[in-house]
Design a binder for this molecule. Structure first.
Ligand SMILES: Nc1nc2c(ncn2[C@@H]2O[C@H](COP(=O)(O)OP(=O)(O)OP(=O)(O)O)[C@@H](O)[C@H]2O)c(=O)[nH]1
Ligand SMILES: [Mg+2]
Length: 243
C-alpha cells in the first residue's frame, strides 16, 4: 500500500515536470515569435512621401494601386489627407514609406500644405486628359518650394495614360516641362497598373542617392554614420518609361 502511494506520487511529479516543460517551451516559442514580430518593425530608414496635384488626377487611385494592387472607377474625392505605410527593400536597406495622399481640392490647401514639412519626396501628378491639371504643375512646384525643405525630391507623373483617345497632354510636352523643372518624368496608369511601382522605387532611389550625397559632403556625418551609409551603387531603373 505504502509502495503504491510512492508510485502515484512519482508519476504525479513527472506529470508536473512535463507541464512545466511545456509551459517553458510555449513561453520560449512566444518569445521567439514576439522577437520576429519586433524584427518586422525594424527598418533602416523612414521616408515621408506626399502625392500632390489637382483634384481627380488619380492620386488616391495611384496609392490604392500601389498599396492594395486594386483599382475602382468610382470617384470619391479625398477630404483633407490620408496615409498608408509600406515597407520596401532598396539598395540593401529596409525602407519604410509613409505615403500621404492629399486632397487636390483648393479648399483643403491649408490642411494639406501643413503636411509638406519633413517630406522627403513628392509625387507631383497631373492627368494627361486634363489640360488644367497640367497647367497647374508649376503652381504645385511653387507650393513645394514654399512649404517644404530644399532637399525634398520630386518626380512628375502624368497619370491616366491608358485613356489615349482622350489625351490632351502629349508625352513630349510632359517631358519638356519636366526637363525645364529638372524633374524625372513618368507617365502612368493606376487603372492598368502601368509604371506605378516604378515611380515609387525611383523616388526612393533618388532620395537615397541624395542622402548619400549629403553624407559625402559632410565629413562629420560620414564618420558618424559609418556602417549605415547607403550603398552608392543604385539599381538602374529606366527613367524613360512612359506608357
Ligand atoms: N482611366 C483611368 N482612370 C483613372 C486613373 N486613375 C484614376 N482614375 C479615375 O479618376 C477619378 C479620380 O481619381 P482619384 O484617385 O479619386 O483622384 P484624386 O486625385 O485622388 O482626387 P482628389 O482626392 O479629389 O484630389 C476616379 O474616377 C478614378 O477611377 C487611371 O489611371 N486611368
Ligand atoms: Mg483623392
Amino acid at each position: 500500500m505504502r509502495g503504491r502511494k510512492v508510485v502515484v506520487k512519482s508519476s504525479h511529479f513527472q506529470f508536473v515536470l512535463l507541464l512545466f516543460y511545456l509551459l517553458l517551451h510555449t513561453m520560449a516559442a512566444g518569445q521567439d515569435r514576439w522577437q520576429k514580430d519586433a524584427a518586422d518593425q525594424n527598418f533602416d530608414y523612414m521616408f515621408k512621401i506626399l502625392i500632390i496635384g489637382n483634384s481627380s488626377v488619380g492620386k488616391t487611385s495611384f496609392l490604392f494601386r500601389y498599396a492594395e494592387d486594386a483599382f475602382t472607377s468610382a470617384f470619391v474625392s479625398t477630404v483633407g489627407i490620408d496615409f498608408k505605410v509600406k515597407t520596401v527593400f532598396r539598395q540593401d536597406k529596409r525602407v519604410k514609406l509613409q505615403i500621404w495622399d492629399t486632397a487636390g481640392q483648393e479648399r483643403y490647401r491649408t490642411i494639406t500644405t501643413a503636411y509638406y514639412r519633413g517630406a522627403m519626396g513628392f509625387i507631383l501628378m497631373y492627368d494627361v486628359t486634363n489640360e488644367e491639371s497640367f497647367n497647374s504643375v508649376r503652381d504645385w512646384v511653387t507650393q513645394i518650394k514654399t512649404y517644404s525643405w530644399d532637399n525634398a525630391q520630386v518626380v512628375l507623373v502624368g497619370n491616366k495614360c491608358d485613356m489615349e483617345d482622350e489625351r490632351v497632354v502629349s508625352t513630349e510636352r510632359g517631358k519638356q516641362l519636366s526637363d525645364t523643372l529638372g524633374l524625372e518624368f513618368f507617365e502612368t496608369s493606376a487603372k492598368e497598373n502601368l509604371n506605378v511601382k516604378i515611380v515609387f522605387e525611383r523616388l526612393v532611389d533618388i532620395i537615397c542617392d541624395k542622402m548619400s550625397e549629403s553624407l559625402d559632403s559632410d565629413s562629420n556625418l560620414v564618420s558618424a554614420s559609418k556602417g549605415t551609409r547607403l550603398n552608392e551603387h543604385t539599381s538602374s531603373t529606366n527613367a524613360n518609361c512612359q506608357c
